[in-house]
Design a protein around this ligand. Structure first.
Ligand SMILES: [Cu+2]
Length: 246
């Protein structure tokens, strides 16, 4: 149902959609039934001049059953929702498949910074690629993310992934996603975070392996600068050594 309105672009999107449909139909059934019975009774037993209204105390067995039977049926539905919710929650939030790539996400008033792992597939190395409001990922790859905020609470929301995760200052929040539909999609902050919260949007680009590799090659910091850094460090340690020796 949800997929007709919004494409599903991650591996766990279909489970979330299934849960959403299940709850909608279950709650919808009881909603329309209750409304139907309500209006039926309103018209069926409307005021008539020849009939006097009765005062019902709800104490007879029959009257009690009319309350208890639907009550227990709804409790059973609640239990079913809880069980299925837990199963999906476990798949999405607890059971993390091993990472094939990683990304660090920093949410702040009022922009996103995405640290891509670069050509080596590892974060915290020389070839990391930082981009503001642009997240570039490869389709059919398991990503582990670390979500951080230096200021206030934000929420990393990718509607096509059915992913929403709060960012809390002082905490590294980890999670995962596996994109499985190529395209360019919305990212939005889903936690009121100040006056420009509404424009704290970004884009996610889900690409094929070749396109993603080409993007990394085009955006990697030049190898020259990396070499220069290495050289400088070498010179520094050389100078330090000379100083100690001298
Ligand atoms: Cu925000």
């Amino acid at each position: 149902m949800l997929e007709k309105l919004l494409p599903a672009a991650s591996t766990y999107a279909k489970e979330i959609d299934w849960l959403f449909d299940f709850i909608t139909y279950l709650v919808g059934f009881w909603f329309f039934l209750a409304i139907g019975v309500f209006f039926y009774l309103v018209f069926r037993y409307r005021r008539k001049p020849e009939e006097k209204a009765q005062y019902i105390t709800g104490e007879t067995h029959k009257q009690k059953m009319a309350i208890e039977v639907p009550h227990y049926l709804i409790l059973v539905c609640d239990l079913a929702i809880l069980i299925f919710t837990f199963v999906v929650w476990h798949q999405v939030k607890i059971d993390k498949p091993p990472a094939e790539d990683e990304v660090r996400i920093v949410a702040q008033q009022w922009a996103w910074t995405f640290y891509h792992s670069g050509a080596d597939g590892l974060l915290g190395t020389d070839d990391d690629i930082a981009k503001v409001n642009e997240l570039h990922v490869k389709a059919d790859t398991v990503y582990h993310y670390t979500l951080q905020s230096p200021d206030v609470m934000h929420s990393f929301s990718v509607p096509v992934f059915r992913l929403k995760q709060d960012a809390i200052p002082g905490r590294d929040i980890t999670g995962w996603f596996e994109p499985n539909l190529q395209g360019e999609w919305d990212i939005q902050c889903a936690e009121m975070c100040g006056v420009a919260h509404g424009i704290m949007g970004a884009r996610i680009f889900v690409k094929s392996e070749e396109d993603h590799a080409a993007w990394i090659a085009a955006n990697s910091p030049p190898a020259q600068s990396a070499n220069l850094i290495a050289q400088n460090t070498e010179n520094d340690s050389q100078a330090q050594e000379d100083n100690t020796n001298g």
